[in-house]
Design a protein around this ligand. Structure first.
Ligand SMILES: *[C@@H]1O[C@H](CO)[C@@H](O)[C@H](O)[C@H]1NC(C)=O
Ligand SMILES: *[C@@H]1O[C@H](CO)[C@@H](O)[C@H](O)[C@H]1NC(C)=O
Ligand SMILES: *[C@@H]1O[C@H](CO)[C@@H](O)[C@H](O)[C@H]1NC(C)=O
Ligand SMILES: *[C@@H]1O[C@H](CO)[C@@H](O)[C@H](O)[C@H]1NC(C)=O
Length: 592
């Protein structure tokens, strides 16, 4: 049926004056996606029918697997294409939808009156979005939207199922927000400012002679440089190189705090600042309270990479939100807006650090896959993309308070470890956390195995070696042995000394380790560019090939969670600290 219908529509398209606006007659709706009643959410009443919602539609890309193949070739240090990064247009050629898909989707939207400037498209046209009143979305998707309340009080407008005309199923991968019940964390932060500096946990005696003893109680820029063997490196490619920090959820990076931080820890940088870039109306408000996350990220990433130029993107969009009728537009998690923006740029900073995440299972698989694929686009463009692995050990904070157990939210409520997303995407570098000197795994270091993404070839050897060592039947059923292992690497993650609202505070989490690691990656990119070579781009294939020589293997500690003692840090890769922490000089030898 499907096959015999298609040529007919194509014929209609060819013979009509406007080839992009035709609509097949068969409007039969079939369920595209449905989810179980989400755990911890209660359905309230119907959402107001004039409530405004911004639907994002992901259209089938014609050759993502071609793009993925290219990504792995240009990121493999032993491949002849290593470093041959692609232009915006080259990337878009792979992922653009074919003309049939575009015409069908456009025809469908036009039949509801949406065309031209009503539609916003991603650069490759593989995403289209439209803002419309809820009652029209309900007609188009054959569904009813309700207000849903989370146990925390947050309210979302969502549905547990939506439909699409039969003929669109093979052209549209997903429409959101529909079934997505995520609550992106306001930074995967682990504040430690309530702990006075003298009463932190017992410290292992220092054995690294070149590291200042104070680094055991308070981690400064200088501690990172000492511990990771980067003291004295002088950036030379500051006209070409840059490092970017993403800011979401109204987290503002404060410039006065950065200056105070530099006065304290890096006087040479005191007159320097960063470029704040507004994405879709995001602001970097200097009069309202600074964000701890944004301050931490910018102070450490920019401080380590100094004088490499720093960019802070502030992206508007703060779900969850309370639907109060006409004033708010319901939206997804804000990564997509930022991705639209950045992938539309011709020049992208070579290193980008993000310290935000969701529980993987709260992001519908189709959505997670398409967001993940956009990180592959960044890798192809020559960008090193780093994400925090999360701060809940194997649980990422989703445990039941009473039992400390973690459960699936697929309606079956079975015990399961909860990996974090986007860290679980195989095209990003996930950064876990360590503490102490000598280093051990931080107990909160997010780690484990993706339930969505299969283990990529680049980590197969390292991850299988770990799994082979696990005692028989360990955590059977709690994790996906065939999944992408997290994290890839790690770095110090506790007691980072930053300035926030004019005061020195201590703060931590993989929110700290990620910008610290990224700062060092920016310096490696500096060395590559100064040597006239391309930037590093997607790091993982290189890290898994050479990490054993160029990273400090962490072999003590674990990341308990979900009522278990979690995974142990072991020799080689492990799902608590990944391959280990950086040794900058050794990495330098590998990359230049
Ligand atoms: C476009 O993609 C759809 C969905 O995979 C496929 O059915 C169709 O044959 C393709 N059309 C062209 C012109 O390649
Ligand atoms: C910063 O600027 C002030 C005022 O212009 C100047 O006196 C000072 O030397 C500068 N500091 C550095 C480290 O460049
Ligand atoms: C910045 O924050 C201040 C204080 O919260 C507020 O009064 C002001 O309206 C904000 N500015 C913008 C542009 O939102
Ligand atoms: C972690 O190490 C402890 C002590 O050696 C051991 O008893 C436990 O089984 C290990 N756990 C895992 C998951 O490997």
């Amino acid at each position: 049926m499907k096959l015999s219908l298609l040529p007919l529509f194509l014929f209609a398209a060819i013979s009509s004056a406007s080839p992009t606006a035709f609509t097949p007659q068969d409007k039969t709706l079939l369920v595209k996606e449905s989810v179980a009643t989400p755990h911890r959410w209660t359905r309230l009443g119907r959402a107001p029918s004039d409530h405004s919602i911004r639907l994002r539609i992901a259209i089938l890309q014609h050759d993502f697997s071609g793009l993925e193949k290219a990504l792995y070739e240009i990121s493999d240090p032993d491949h002849h294409r290593y470093g041959a990064h692609m232009s915006k247009e080259e990337v878009e050629k792979f992922i653009a939808p074919n003309s049939t898909s575009l015409a069908f989707v456009d025809g469908w939207l036009a039949s509801y009156g949406f065309q031209g400037s009503d539609l916003t498209r991603s650069p490759a046209k593989d995403w289209v979005s439209v803002t419309l009143p809820l009652h029209i979305a309900e007609q188009m998707l054959g569904t009813e939207y309700y207000m849903w309340q989370h146990t925390s009080g947050d309210v979302l407008v969502r549905t547990t199922s939506y439909q699409l005309p039969r003929y669109l199923h093979e052209h549209i991968e997903l429409v959101q927000p529909t079934t997505m019940f995520t609550r992106p964390k306001g930074g995967v932060l682990h504040p430690e400012r309530s702990a006075p500096m003298t009463s932190v946990n017992p410290i292992t005696p220092l054995t690294k002679p070149h590291v200042d003893p104070s680094c055991a109680t308070s981690v400064t820029l200088s501690c990172i440089m000492q511990l990771y063997n980067a003291v004295g490196y002088k950036p030379r490619a500051t006209k070409k190189n840059a490092i970017g920090i993403t800011g979401f959820l109204n987290e503002y990076a404060n410039i006065r705090d950065l200056a105070a931080f530099y006065r304290d820890q890096l006087p040479a940088a005191v007159n320097s600042t960063f470029e704040a870039v507004s994405v879709y109306g995001g602001i970097n408000n200097q009069t309202s309270a600074a964000g701890e996350e944004a301050n931490l990220d910018t102070q450490f990433a920019f401080g380590i990479a100094y004088p490499t130029p720093g960019i802070f993107w502030s992206t508007e969009g703060t779900p969850p939100f309370v639907p109060d009728g006409r004033t708010v537009v319901d939206t997804n998690e804000p990564y997509l807006d930022w991705l639209d923006y950045i992938l539309n740029s011709h020049q992208i900073p070579q290193t980008i650090s993000t310290s935000y995440g969701d529980d993987e299972q709260t992001v519908p698989f189709t959505y997670a896959r398409r967001v993940c694929q956009r990180f592959a686009e960044l890798g192809c463009r020559g960008v090193s993309v780093l994400f925090a692995s999360g701060d809940g050990g194997v649980g990422d904070g989703d445990s039941e308070p009473a039992t400390q157990q973690c459960y699936t939210n697929d309606g079956k409520h079975t015990r399961r470890f909860i990996p974090g997303f986007p860290a679980s995407c195989p095209y990003v570098t996930a950064v876990g956390g360590t503490t102490n000197i000598p280093e051990i795994s931080a107990s909160f270091s997010g780690g484990g195995f993706s339930d969505y993404f299969a283990r990529p070839a680049y980590q197969h050897k390292a991850v299988s070696a770990y799994l082979d060592k696990l005692p028989h039947k360990t955590y059977d059923g709690l994790f996906n042995r065939a999944g992408r292992g997290i994290p890839d690497v790690s770095a110090q993650s506790r007691r980072f000394q930053i300035v926030w609202q004019g005061e020195r505070i201590l703060i931590g989490g993989t929110s700290a380790s990620t910008p610290a690691f990224a700062g060092l990656v920016a310096l490696l990119n500096d060395a590559r560019l100064a040597a006239g070579r391309p930037a590093l781009g997607f790091l993982n294939p290189m890290l898994y090939k050479h990490g054993a020589h160029a990273l400090n293997d962490i072999v003590v500690g674990s990341n308990p969670g979900c009522g278990t003692s979690g995974f142990n840090a072991t020799q080689g890769w492990d799902p608590a600290t990944g391959l280990g922490t950086p040794d900058f000089r050794k990495l330098l030898d590998v990359v230049v």
